[in-house]
Design a protein around this ligand. Structure first.
Ligand code: GAP
Length: 514
C-alpha cells in the first residue's frame, strides 16, 4: 500500500522502534544524513543484496561478481571525470539562508505539473465512468497537453543549460518560473554555483608524503579498473558483465528524506561490456530486465515508471531511471546508463595501459562499450519498507500495524511461540527452532500473551508464526499463522519446512524474473 507524505514520519518511527534503522551515533545527537541499520534492518538489507546478487551473478553465466576497495588511486577520479564534473548546481535563498540543488527545485516544479495532470485524469475518470479511456484522454485533452508540453520544455531547457554549464540560465529559469524558497517563501536567490560532491581524505602518516585520496562516490570505477584482470582471469567473452555491491560516499547538500539520500550509502552496480554499436539493444534489454526484477517483488506495477533523462551525465549517450512511488512521490530508485566507451577509453588515456578486447568474431580489437545498471541498496530498502507498512482496521474495531514485506526479504521467516511458558511447551518450541534454523532465519519468543506476540511479529514483517500448544505434545501438530491473512491452520511439525519454504524460498521469487 502506498503511503502519503504525512505517513512518512510513521515509517521513520517504525523503522527505529522495531530495530530497522537508527540515526548514526545517536547518543551524540546523530550525524546528519548518516544512518545505522539495526538488527532487523541489517537482515532485511542482506536479503535485498542477496536477491540482487543471485539474480545478476548466480543466474547469468556471463556475469561475475567482485569486491573492489573503497580507496582507489586518485587518478581514477580524474579519468572518470568526477574531479571535474561530479558537481551539483547549488543555489541559496538569501532570506532563509537555505541551500538547494537548482535542478531539484526545477524538477519539483515539473512534478507539480505532473500532479495536476493526475488530478485531471482523476476528475475525468469520475466524469466518464466505465467508458473512460485514459490513453486517449492523455493524448487529446487540451489542458493535459499544455501541462505536458510545459513540463517537457522546462526540462529540456534545464538539461541544455546544465550540459553547457550555462548556470546563469538555470537561475533565469528559476526566476521565470517564480519558484519560491519552501522555507522563507521568497524569490530572493543567489547565483547558481557548482559544488563537488566527493569526500577527500589522506593516505600516509606524514604531512609531506601523504597522498590526497577520495572516498569513492560510486562503485563502478572499481569495476572498470579491473576490467582486464577479470576478463583475462575469468576468460570472459564479450558480452559479459561484472557486478559488485559496496559502499559509496557523496557530500550531498540536500540530504534529506531519511535513507533516500545519504552521505554514506550502498550501491549494487553491474557493468555490462559489449561491442561498439550494440549499445541500443543492450540498453533496452537491461531496462526491461531490471524492471522485471523489481516487479518480481510484488510491490505493485503502478508504483514504478521509467524516466528518460534529458540531462545526460558526462559519460552517457542514453540514460533512464526506474522511479518508485515513495511516500514523498515518484523518485529515482535505479539508473540504467549507456556509458559508451567513455570509462575504459579514459582509463586507457590516463593510465597508459591498453584496455581493449580482441573480438574473434569481428577479428578486431576495440575498447568495449558499457551498459550499466545501478541501484541503491538503501533506496531499495526504503521502497520495500515504506510500501509494506500499513495500519489495518480489523473487524473487532481495533487496528493492527503490519509490515507486509515480500516474504523472501523478511528478516525473520517464522517465529516459534510456546502458548505458555510451562508444561514442556518451551522445550518443544525450542526443538522446532533447532529443526528449522538450518534452513530459515527463525526467532523464539515466549514473553507476553500470544496475541501480543503475534502483533509484534506482524510489525516486524515475519510471514509465519508457529504456536506450540498442549495438543502439540500429543499429536506433534502446531498452528501456523499467516501474517497477511491472520489465518491459522493446524499442521504437522514435519510439514513446516515444506510449507514455509514454498512461500519464502528465493528460488520461487527469482523464477518470476525469467
Ligand atoms: N555508477 C552510476 C551511478 O552512481 P547514480 O544515479 O549517481 O549513478 C545510482 O547512482 C543509484 O545509487 C541511484 O539510483 C540511487 O539508488 C543510489 N544513490 C545515489 N546517491 C545516493 C544517496 N546519496 N543516498 C542513497 N542512495 C543513493
Amino acid at each position: 500500500m502506498a503511503l502519503n507524505e504525512d505517513d512518512f514520519k510513521k515509517v521513520i518511527a517504525h523503522a527505529k522502534e522495531y530495530g530497522f534503522v537508527f540515526p548514526s551515533s545517536e547518543i551524540y545527537d546523530g550525524l546528519s544524513a548518516v544512518y545505522d541499520y539495526g538488527q532487523q534492518g541489517a537482515a532485511l538489507k542482506n536479503n535485498i543484496k542477496e536477491y540482487w546478487w543471485k539474480a545478476m551473478v548466480q543466474l547469468h553465466d556471463n556475469i561475475v561478481g567482485i569486491d573492489s576497495a573503497i580507496f582507489m588511486h586518485p587518478t581514477t577520479w580524474k579519468a572518470s571525470g568526477h574531479v571535474d564534473a561530479f558537481n551539483d548546481p547549488l543555489i541559496d535563498n538569501k532570506d532563509s539562508k537555505k541551500r538547494y540543488r537548482a535542478d531539484v527545485l526545477i524538477e519539483d516544479y515539473v512534478a507539480k505539473l505532473e500532479a495536476k495532470i493526475d488530478k485531471e485524469v482523476e476528475k475525468a475518470a469520475k466524469r466518464f465512468g466505465e467508458s473512460f479511456d485514459k490513453e486517449q484522454f492523455l493524448s487529446t485533452n487540451a489542458r493535459v497537453l499544455e501541462y505536458q508540453q510545459q513540463g517537457q520544455s522546462i526540462l529540456q531547457r534545464m538539461g541544455a543549460s546544465l550540459s553547457s554549464e550555462n548556470l546563469a540560465d538555470v537561475k533565469a529559469l528559476i526566476e521565470e518560473l517564480e519558484i519560491v524558497c519552501p522555507v522563507s517563501g521568497s524569490k530572493n536567490w543567489t547565483d547558481v554555483k557548482q559544488f563537488n560532491l566527493m569526500f577527500g581524505t589522506k593516505l600516509g602518516a606524514s604531512a609531506d608524503s601523504a597522498m590526497d585520496l577520495y572516498l569513492r562516490p560510486e562503485t563502478a570505477q572499481g569495476i572498470f579498473v579491473n576490467f582486464l584482470n577479470v576478463q583475462k582471469t575469468g576468460r570472459m567473452k564479450i558480452p559479459f558483465g561484472i557486478a559488485q555491491i559496496g559502499k559509496a560516499f557523496r557530500n550531498e547538500i540536500v540530504a534529506r528524506q531519511f535513507i533516500f539520500r545519504q552521505r554514506e550509502f550502498e550501491q549494487m552496480e553491474m557493468q555490462f561490456f559489449i561491442a561498439p554499436g550494440t549499445q541500443q539493444t543492450w540498453y533496452e534489454h537491461w531496462k526491461e530486465q531490471r524492471m522485471k526484477w523489481h516487479l518480481s517483488l510484488g510491490l505493485g506495477a503502478n508504483n514504478y515508471r521509467f524516466h528518460d533523462h534529458e540531462k545526460l551525465a558526462h559519460y552517457a549517450d542514453a540514460a533512464a531511471d526506474i522511479e518508485f512511488k515513495f511516500p514523498f512521490g515518484f523518485k529515482e530508485l535505479e539508473g540504467i546508463h549507456s556509458r559508451t566507451d567513455f570509462d575504459l577509453g579514459s582509463h586507457e588515456k590516463f593510465s597508459g595501459k591498453k584496455l581493449q578486447y580482441f573480438d574473434h568474431e569481428r577479428n578486431e580489437s576495440y575498447v568495449p562499450y558499457v551498459v550499466e545498471t545501478s541501484v541503491g541498496v538503501d533506496r531499495m530498502f526504503l521502497a520495500v519498507f515504506s510500501n509494506a507498512l500499513c495500519e489495518e482496521q480489523l473487524d473487532n474495531d481495533t487496528t493492527r500495524t503490519v509490515l507486509r514485506l515480500p516474504a523472501v526479504l523478511a528478516p525473520t521467516k517464522a517465529a516459534i511461540l510456546p502458548l505458555v511458558k510451562k508444561d514442556g511447551l518451551p522445550e518443544m518450541a525450542q526443538e522446532i527452532v533447532d529443526q528449522l534454523k538450518w534452513e530459515f532465519a527463525v526467532a523464539y519468543d515466549e514473553k507476553d500473551a500470544v496475541g501480543r506476540r503475534y502483533r509484534r511479529q506482524d510489525a516486524l514483517g515475519t510471514p509465519f508464526c508457529i504456536t506450540v500448544d498442549h495438543q502439540s505434545l500429543e499429536d506433534r501438530t502446531v498452528t501456523l499463522r499467516h501474517r497477511d491473512s491472520m489465518e491459522q491452520t493446524r499442521v504437522a511439525i514435519q510439514d513446516l519446512s515444506q510449507l514455509i519454504g514454498a512461500e519464502v524460498n528465493m528460488q520461487h521469487w527469482l523464477q518470476k524474473i525469467q
